[in-house]
Design a protein around this ligand. Structure first.
Ligand code: NDP
Ligand code: MG
Ligand code: MG
Length: 340
């Protein structure tokens, strides 16, 4: 029985008199900074010299300093630059952390895989909204919340968890509900989910389904509709009411066909591969590979990204999405506009 924390469980005196340094003003950074500031918390945004985010932060009415200055001022230092640059940024600000300060993250990768070794005299916590930053911001503005996770890795003050809850309150997460996890669990489930189901699994399923139809002589446009476009309708139903609502909404034929054929596609071999991928996450193989890939200047990543962009399904999809009215351009524009 997971405990869910709401507004009433947070003690705002844990944050109201503190200064929060937000390092980075991207997806998460801009949302945390603005929500905290509107909640009455003193915020300073830390950005490198010549940062392209500087004008956005300033025009949003926030105080901007260098990462080192911000970290020195902050009682809570929230590290919201990309995960791959966090170790370098941490090396710069390490000596600016005072005893009893909090080093805070929105994802546990660098702590869990020892890419950042925090000083022993600071609290180390996580406040991770389960949503992209622009929604964290929009929900807050609409008096709505964004579900989130908190975790405590190191607690020297004895208040680490209370402070993380207060921070969650100030960015709007306790309005929706917050659960406590560990850095290890957050990292391992996050990497597994994105690799196996959300980003990796689903794109491979879509591409293979599409290729199977096109190779058999069906029109690419039909294959695109069936294997990619309609996925959204199915996912929306699952999001609303779980698998049950989805099964109840499709035809009996679709339901019978799906129930009898689904496990033939994602079969016991797929399950073994999932277990292998989980092991690579757990034993650090994936982390080492990704760190080395970054150190080498991302050669494979660049190549794979390029191949994906040039996949046939993308060449078919681009003009199709422009031709049909289903594509919700408005929403996309809004996201680009809000996420600096
Ligand atoms: P972004 O990629 O949006 O961060 C961009 C910001 O980081 C910009 O302000 C940029 O400034 C700054 N930055 C980039 N490179 C450097 C550098 N070398 N030195 C200093 N500043 C730099 O990050 P996200 O918000 O996506 O991610 C932040 C954290 O939140 C990560 O730990 C991530 O895992 C986590 N998270 C992200 C979620 C999401 O939906 N995006 C969801 C939940 C957690 P500049 O203009 O100077 O480049
Ligand atoms: Mg400090
Ligand atoms: Mg992730």
């Amino acid at each position: 029985n997971t405990k869910v924390y709401y507004d009433d469980d947070a003690d705002r005196s844990q944050i109201d008199d503190k200064t929060v340094a937000i390092l980075g003003y991207g997806s998460q950074g801009h949302a945390h900074a603005q929500n905290l500031a509107e909640s009455g918390v003193d915020v300073v945004v830390g950005l490198r010299e010549g940062s392209s985010s500087r004008s956005a932060a300033e025009s949003d009415g926030l105080r901007v300093a260098t990462p080192v200055e911000a970290a020195a001022e902050g009682d809570i230092v929230s590290v919201l630059v990309p995960d791959t640059v966090q170790p370098a940024v941490f090396e710069q600000i390490r000596d600016s952390l005072d005893e009893g300060d909090t080093l805070q993250f929105a994802h546990g990768f660098n702590i869990h895989y020892n890419q950042i070794q925090p000083p022993e005299d600071v609290d180390v916590t996580m406040v991770a909204p389960k949503s992209p930053g622009h929604l964290v911001r929009r929900n807050y503005e609409n008096d709505e919340g964004t579900p989130g996770l908190i975790a405590v890795y190191q607690d020297v003050t004895g208040d680490a968890k209370e402070e993380a809850l207060a921070y969650s309150h100030a960015i709007g997460c306790t309005r929706a509900g917050v659960i406590e996890t560990t850095f290890q669990e957050e990292v391992e489930t996050d990497l597994f989910g994105e690799q196996v189901v959300l980003c990796g699994g689903v794109t491979s399923l879509v591409k293979q389904g599409y290729e199977t139809l096109v190779d058999a002589g069906y029109s690419p446009e039909m294959a695109y509709f069936e294997c990619l476009n309609e996925l959204k309708l199915i996912v929306d139903l699952m999001y609303e009411g779980g698998l049950e609502e989805m099964w109840n909404s499709v035809s009996d034929t679709a339901e019978y066909g799906g129930l009898t054929r689904g496990d033939r596609v994602v079969d016991e071999h797929a399950r073994e591969n999932m277990e292998e991928i989980l092991e690579e996450v757990q034993n650090g193989t994936f982390a080492r590979e990704w760190i080395a890939e970054n150190q080498a200047g991302r050669p494979s990543y660049t190549q794979l990204k390029d191949a994906e962009e040039n996949h046939h399904i993308e060449e078919v999809g681009r003009p199709l999405r422009d031709l049909f009215a289903w594509s919700d351009d408005g929403d996309e524009d809004e996201e680009t506009a809000e996420a600096p």
